[in-house]
Design a protein around this ligand. Structure first.
Ligand code: AMP
Length: 280
């Protein structure tokens, strides 16, 4: 496995590979890797000659400096996991390497960022747009793999790829969960034992809300029920619970019936911000 820390080394190496006809599958991450990330690498390996993983805790997508400071950084262990998964190339730049100067360009994703993550993390998707487009220019992948755990991120990146005519395919990948239903996340390692025991309630509420909607409850009723559920567990600070159209991410009123519905949650638990969703 090759590990590069600079843009030029990475570009030089990958350019040579592409010239020899190899296809590249790319998985951008912020490190602190778990089996969810590795499932993306495995899919990239299946569908491409070379899999490339970037590890970069991107400061421009954090609106909360405390959150950025506390984000786990475990590069050595990450590289061991990637090596074991058969990943061919790791790009792990420093913040200085990525941003000698702070970018002046600003992304505005319109409706896609006025809800959920965009609403509660102002500037987050601008930071995501900047870093992912820079990474796409460094790696020039044929396919890029993103987890549906970050559903809104997938929508934003798809829009960016379309608007800027990036010559690559976005592949959305399913969310991997722990045995008790908790969505795998780099942030889970920051949960206390007590918080970890409570965390699966997020997935329980998602399933409960889905069952209610499928049984004919309106989105207003299902929403109220879910909010009431969390009242039984005051350790959670619910930031949002949205029942949204999968394609537009707009909240669903009683009369819409989208092809696919997404239920999305963000909640703080013991100071750790967790997100999850289900789509049906
Ligand atoms: P992150 O490092 O958390 O920014 O995530 C890097 C990529 O891994 C993103 O595309 C995430 O959506 C994806 N990812 C994170 N958690 C999971 C999971 N539990 N299952 C599948 N993909 C995930």
């Amino acid at each position: 496995m090759q590990i590069f820390y600079t843009i030029s080394e990475t570009q030089n190496y990958l350019k040579t590979q592409q010239k020899s006809g190899k296809t590249l599958g790319f998985v951008p991450t912020m490190g602190a890797l778990h089996a969810g990330h590795i499932s993306l690498i495995e899919q990239a390996k299946k569908e491409n000659d070379i899999s490339v993983c970037s590890i970069f805790v991107n400061p421009t997508q954090f609106n909360n400096p405390e959150d950025l400071k506390k984000y786990p950084r475990t590069l050595e262990k990450d590289c061991e996991l990637l090596q074991a998964a058969g990943c061919e190339v790791v790009f792990a730049p420093s913040a200085e390497e990525m941003y000698h100067n702070l970018p002046k360009l600003k992304f505005d994703f319109g409706n896609l960022e006025t809800v959920m993550e965009g609403k509660f993390r102002p500037g987050h998707f601008n930071g995501v747009g900047i870093v992912v487009s820079k990474l796409f220019h460094v790696v020039k992948p044929d396919k890029a793999y993103f987890g549906l755990k970050d559903l809104q991120q997938v929508a934003v990146i798809r829009q960016m790829v379309y608007d800027l005519s990036f010559d690559l395919e976005i592949i959305p990948c399913p969310t991997l969960r722990e045995a008790d239903g908790l969505a795998m996340s780099s942030r889970n390692m920051r949960l206390s034992v007590e918080a970890r025991a409570l965390a699966p309630h997020i997935y329980k509420v998602l399933n409960l809300t889905k069952a209610q909607l499928q049984a004919g409850a309106s989105s207003v009723e299902a929403h109220a029920h879910a909010v009431a559920y969390f009242k039984n567990y005051p350790e959670f600070e619910l930031e949002y619970l949205e029942i949204a159209d999968f394609d537009t991410l707009m909240p669903i009123g009683q009369i819409n019936s989208p092809d696919k519905t997404a239920i999305c949650i963000a909640a703080f638990l013991g100071g750790v911000r967790l997100i999850d969703n289900i789509v049906f």
